[in-house]
Design a binder for this molecule. Structure first.
Ligand code: CP
Length: 320
């Protein structure tokens, strides 16, 4: 069966999830991103790859990093960028998601970048476009519910490759609220596809999927066990907005046991890097001394996100 994210030539048609995305395509995105990091150093920070194309940012959920870096990336590729202000849009008058999409298509959209609180919303749009013969329009998932955040997963892989060079010799720990995290799902899919031999997940059982080991990871019950000797520590935010009821005693208790402090980080390799997708909750999942310390690569992640999003959009925009 054809991968729904690829066109009949095996090229990227939509980017909806990293689950099942071939390793060759992930590597192609990372390789395409590499020269784009230098565009920011130029006097004229622009390339003509999406000149004349209209990119619509549809963010139905809050965002700082993803929305802004998608906009910067599209503008650096010379696209026209339209940010739908969802709060003042007609979705508030009851217009459906697909009616909104149809109306934006009537304005000659070429690409939709979609963040939505419902898992599957970007898939629904992509399917609708294909069912209605508009497969020249591309969809990029900018985070849907608990499901996936593929460009975050890709920029995380770019960051790891930048600092560690290879994937085949790494031990990576993902710490915290995996259960509600679309970022963790995308990270696990990418890390396992790229051949990382050991991916550990660490956190309270109430914040891990019951069958987490089926995702190809090793469950570690304590920070001491999970952080020992790792090359990369990927912290996650507590996704309070997606929790039904109390799954934790308190943020203070969580920090005491699962928060990343300098003492706990000392269990990892001395050259281990610390990552966080943001937004961070200091004093809940990460101590400020670590977040601002020499091993943190949290702000470089954001910067690499621009190049990675440029890579994704240029591959989509040039694929037909
Ligand atoms: N990492 C991430 O998705 O951050 P935003 O919610 O600010 O976009």
């Amino acid at each position: 069966m054809r991968n729904p994210q690829l066109n009949k030539h095996g090229e990227l048609q939509h980017l909806l999830t990293l689950d099942g995305l071939p390793r060759a395509i992930i590597n192609q995105i990372l390789d395409t991103a590499a020269p784009f990091t230098e565009v920011a150093e130029r006097e004229v920070k622009k390339l003509p790859l999406l000149r004349g194309k209209s990119v619509f940012n549809l963010f139905f959920e809050n965002s700082t990093r993803t929305r802004t870096t998608f906009e910067i990336a599209a503008k650096r590729l010379s696209a026209d960028v339209i940010n739908l202000n969802v709060a003042t849009s007609s979705t508030k008058k009851g217009e459906t998601l697909l009616d909104t999409v149809d109306n934006l298509c009537a304005m000659h959209a070429d690409m939709f970048v979609v963040r939505h609180e419902s898992s599957g919303a970007p898939h629904l749009i992509a399917q609708h476009l294909e069912n209605t013969g508009r497969d020249h329009i591309h969809v990029v998932n900018a985070g849907d519910g608990r499901h996936a955040h593929p460009t975050q997963g890709l920029l995380d892989m770019y960051t790891i490759r930048h600092y560690k060079k290879e994937f085949h010799n790494l031990t990576v720990a993902i710490v915290g609220d995996v259960l509600h995290s679309r970022v963790a799902r995308s990270q696990i899919a990418a890390l396992t596809t790229l051949g990382v031999p050991e991916v550990r997940v660490i956190g309270p059982r109430t914040l891990l999927p019951t069958d987490v080991e089926k995702m190809g990871v090793r469950y570690c019950a304590t920070m001491e066990e999970g952080l020992k000797g790792v090359d990369v520590v990927m912290m996650l935010r507590l996704q309070n907005e997606r929790m039904n009821g109390a799954l934790l005693p308190s943020p203070q208790e969580f920090f005491k046991v699962w928060g990343l402090t300098a003492d706990k980080l000392a269990l990892a390799k001395p050259d281990a890097i610390v990552m966080h997708p943001g937004p961070m909750n200091r004093g809940v999942e990460i101590d400020s001394a670590v977040a601002d310390g020499g091993q943190a690569v949290i702000l470089p992640q954001v910067t690499f996100g621009i190049a990675v999003r440029m890579a994704v959009m240029s591959m989509l925009g040039g694929s037909h």
